[in-house]
Structure formats: structure tokens, C-alpha cells
Design a protein around this ligand. Structure first.
Ligand code: GLN
Length: 260
């Protein structure tokens, strides 16, 4: 299981998810407290955030242990946003270790991370753009290329889940509905699947608890916001466990949890 975390609220830096908290993602990469599958998260890490000057989020992913990237602390100290998402990865056996297998996956304004595992067959019928347009359409040099818009960017199961969720964005579904549809479908087809998804679109967060832990911390003061994470980032009171098989939705209006 990987570990992931996201923030929606008053602008803060990625350091607030990774380096500052006692049990931030840096610590969770080598000493997670509640991890049920795997012991360290050393197969890569990634983060995404929103800058008012750009319509799409900024994303940074590496296929190395988070503690080996000497450039990260300075970058995380200035990468600042009202909406942040970051993850550290422990690759499932058989899955490739590469940047394209590393969360966050992105499409338009959506960012997505997955804790868990799933049989790719359980989502293959949801993958792909309804138009099926070749990615290189119009490029005569590339005629016959087999890559299509919406194809998973890696053979990793998480990339397949992302490729199942993203067509729902293009079809106009809200974030939470898109996650709920994909998790319910994949969970029915693969009863052993673990499907903790965490996603954001710059204005809201959505997360599923399906087979692994998920926690939320809501500080409703004006300088506050909502933290969602695989496990609490610190010892502050107020962290709440999200029940298994539920969908969490967070927006500036508050936090809502409903059964899946
Ligand atoms: N199955 C995914 C991967 O291989 C996620 C793994 C995890 O949650 N540890 O990357």
C-alpha cells in the first residue's frame, strides 16, 4: 500500500504534507504506522498543486525514494496552493517502477492517487475515451500508432484505474461520482481489490476507503481546511477514521461521508 495525503483550504506549501508533520509523507515513506501491506514506500513519489496562473495543476513525479531527492525540500517549501495532493509508492508485485506508474495521475484539472491493488481486467471495460481518437491524430509521420486518447499511461494497475476515472471527467461527472462509479464497478468484478482513491480538482477533494485506512481532519477556522490522508500526519486531536467502503467529499462547504 502506498500512502497518500491531500489538502483543501487556506493556501499552504507541500512541505505541510511531506516534511513538517511528525508523521508526514517523508516519515511514512520509511516508517508508516498503519500500513497493512508492504513495509516501506520507496518505489517513487509524486505531488501536484494548483497555481492561479495556470488552468491545469502542476505535477512533479519521480521513480526514486522520496528521501533521495535532494531538490525536493526547497521545491516543496515554495510550491504553495489551496489544494495539494501527494503520494509515496510501494509498487505492487509485478508492477513496473517508473514515473508513469507513480501518482498523481492527471487529466485536465483532476489529480488522482491510488492505495491498493486491482486486477486490470476489473476496469478494462471502463478504460478509454469514448471517441477512441488516436493520440497522434493528424500526424502523418505517426499513422498507425496504437496509442489512443485515454489509454493508461503505464501497465501499473493504478494507471488503469486512473484511465477508468478520467473519461468520467470528460463526460462531465463530478469527482465523487466518478470515483464511486469506478470503485463500485471494480470492487464487484474483483472482490479482493483494495481501492482507496484520493482525487482533487482544485475546488474539491474526493476519496474512497475500500480495503485500507483513511483519515480526515477538518479545521473549520478561516485559516483552516481539510486534510485527508491514509494515516494521520500528526498527533493533533481531531483526526477521524473514515469507515471502510465509503466515499468522502470535501469542499469549502464542509466534509461529507457516505456509504459506497
Ligand atoms: N498497485 C499500485 C502500485 O503498484 C499501488 C500500490 C500500493 O498501494 N502500494 O503502484
Amino acid at each position: 500500500m502506498c500512502r497518500h495525503a491531500a489538502w483543501l483550504g487556506a493556501p499552504r506549501t507541500l512541505t505541510s504534507l511531506i516534511h513538517e508533520p511528525d508523521n508526514g509523507l517523508l516519515k511514512q515513506s520509511y516508517a508508516p504506522r498503519l500500513q497493512r501491506y508492504g513495509t516501506v514506500n520507496a518505489d517513487g513519489y509524486g505531488m501536484g498543486w494548483y497555481d492561479p496562473a495556470h488552468p491545469e495543476p502542476v505535477r512533479y513525479r519521480r521513480a526514486v525514494p522520496i528521501w533521495t531527492d535532494a531538490n525536493l525540500p526547497a521545491l516543496a517549501r515554495i510550491a504553495r496552493s489551496h489544494c495539494l495532493l501527494a503520494a509515496v509508492r510501494s509498487a505492487t508485485v509485478g508492477m513496473p517502477v517508473e514515473e508513469t506508474a507513480t501518482a498523481p495521475f492527471a487529466d485536465g484539472r483532476w489529480l488522482l492517487s491510488h492505495n491498493g491493488r486491482v486486477a486490470r481486467d476489473a476496469v478494462s471495460d471502463l478504460v478509454g475515451d469514448p471517441t477512441g481518437a488516436p493520440e497522434n491524430a493528424g500526424d502523418p509521420e505517426d499513422a498507425g500508432g496504437s496509442k489512443h486518447v485515454g489509454d493508461p499511461e503505464s501497465s501499473c494497475d493504478s494507471a488503469w484505474l486512473a484511465a477508468a476515472v478520467f473519461p468520467r471527467r470528460r463526460a462531465g461527472l463530478p469527482l465523487g461520482e466518478a470515483l464511486a462509479e469506478v470503485v463500485s464497478h471494480a470492487g464487484a468484478k474483483d472482490p479482493g481489490a483494495r481501492l482507496n482513491l484520493l482525487a482533487c480538482d482544485g475546488a474539491s477533494l474526493a476519496a474512497t476507503a475500500w480495503g485500507d485506512t483513511l483519515f480526515v481532519h477538518h479545521d473549520d477556522r478561516p485559516c483552516g481546511g481539510v486534510l485527508v490522508a491514509s494515516e494521520p500526519l500528526d498527533e493533533r486531536p481531531g483526526w477521524r477514521a473514515v469507515p471502510d467502503r465509503s466515499l468522502l467529499l470535501a469542499s469549502p462547504g464542509g466534509v461529507h461521508v457516505q456509504p459506497l
